[in-house]
Design a protein around this ligand. Structure first.
Ligand code: SF4
Length: 58
């Protein structure tokens, strides 16, 4: 399924997420949740999009 909406406030390149815009590098959600898996995050790789859901292939 292609998500036609591209929220231009949320750039994203995670094509394996089911909310990724099908054609452009944006998220199709109105808003997302961002969190961390670290006790004290110090760089960008310490934080995560917690709205991610894996795209079902097929
Ligand atoms: S939910 Fe998160 S990972 Fe998925 S497309 Fe949106 S910003 Fe990217």
């Amino acid at each position: 399924m292609k998500n036609s909406f591209a929220n231009q406030c949320i750039r994203c390149t995670v094509e394996s997420c089911k909310y990724h815009n099908g054609e452009r590098d944006y998220c199709s959600l109105d808003s997302i949740s961002v969190g961390t898996h670290e006790i004290q995050p110090t760089e960008s790789r310490c934080v995560d999009c917690e709205s991610f859901e894996a795209k079902i292939q097929g």
